[in-house]
Design a protein around this ligand. Structure first.
Ligand SMILES: [Zn+2]
Length: 329
């Protein structure tokens, strides 16, 4: 839930030596067709063809926008506070802040997504799903993607390979058991992964991860010798500053619009994707209103495609046009 460090590397669009890009793609292409990719995006917000742009996305869309809704309430240890005697006590007030996520914030966001007819990707902690099963199930039933954000809301980069495998698998099992969706996308806490994380995700059936901020478009890396998709995260279009009531809703609104305008302009000549991250416990009315207004603004432009991250990952894995890295970063 906090911002990742920067580890971007130089762009390399070439396939590995001796492996043509076409073969590399074919080796890992899933059975998904372009129609299937589109079917996983918001059907009601289907892109209107933009005549001025080249076909960088399916159906002539000009700019893809994907929303990551983080569902992590109930997966942290119970909050505590120090007393004047130096001892540790339960922080019952802080617990009510977490409860806001399920009582107000997530239902408010789900209603807004329905009203705007967009589908998003929920990155969900397994323990959050188990603690609030009705709400987790509703996320899936309303057509949103259910990805995994760890079993508990804990960092995992320090774990042994076996322990991390268990942590990731448990998360996937918990999310699937409650929502009915087997996650195919993964998000580490604080985007912090270990040298084993991607390999384990690939082994466990995930097709993409988001713990990367190196590009404004999805791309493909080799993991365990097979193509694995990266749908980059966003640290700068993220409501994280609103934790503890910091952050200004009006500046979030301005940032969203400025980023959209810049990427939309670039998208006439280049494949572009905009990512927004919304956290469950900070989705107060004014912040959701800001995003609601932004979606309306974006939807008044032609060729804007609100896509779930799994649709973008499948596009990257199946399209000959997606960027292929020669090594995981
Ligand atoms: Zn988190």
């Amino acid at each position: 839930m906090t911002n990742a460090g920067h580890n971007s590397e130089s762009r390399n669009d070439d396939a590995a030596p001796g492996v043509s890009r076409r073969n590399f793609v074919a080796a890992g292409a899933t059975a998904a067709t372009a129609a299937a990719v589109l079917a996983q995006s918001s059907s009601n917000a289907a892109a209107k063809k933009h005549p001025a742009s080249r076909a960088f996305w399916p159906d002539g869309a000009r700019l893809a926008i994907t929303v990551s809704m983080v569902v992590e309430t109930g997966a942290d240890p119970a909050p505590t506070t120090k007393g004047p005697d130096g001892k540790t006590y339960p922080n019952l007030y802080a617990e009510t802040a977490a409860e806001y996520a399920t009582r107000e914030a997530i239902p408010r966001m789900l209603d807004m997504f329905d009203r705007r007819r967009i589908k998003v990707t929920a990155m969900m902690c397994g323990q959050s799903c188990e603690r609030f099963p009705a709400l987790a199930k509703e996320v899936a039933q309303r057509g949103h993607e259910c990805g995994a954000h760890g079993s508990s809301h804990s960092v995992q980069f320090q774990l042994s390979r076996d322990a991390e495998r268990d942590f990731i698998k448990t998360a996937a099992d918990q999310v699937e058991k409650v929502t009915g969706q087997r996650p195919v996308g993964y998000n580490c806490r604080a985007q912090l992964r270990s040298p084993n994380t991607l390999s384990l995700e690939q082994e466990l059936g995930f097709i993409y991860h988001i713990d990367d901020i190196s590009r404004d478009e999805p791309f493909v890396i080799p993991v365990n010798g097979k193509p694995f998709a990266v749908v980059p995260y966003t640290a700068h279009l993220n409501d994280i500053p609103f934790f503890n009531n910091h952050g200004v809703a009006a500046s979030f609104a301005e940032d969203l619009k400025l980023e959209f305008d810049a990427l939309y302009a670039e998208a006439e000549f280049k494949r572009r994707m905009m990512v927004v991250t919304l956290h469950d416990s900070v989705a107060r009315a004014n912040r959701v209103k800001v995003f609601d207004d932004f979606v309306g603004y974006a939807q008044r432009h032609s060729g804007v495609w609100f896509a779930r991250a799994d649709a973008l990952a499948r596009w990257a894995l199946t399209s000959p046009d997606s960027i292929k890295e020669t090594k995981a970063t």
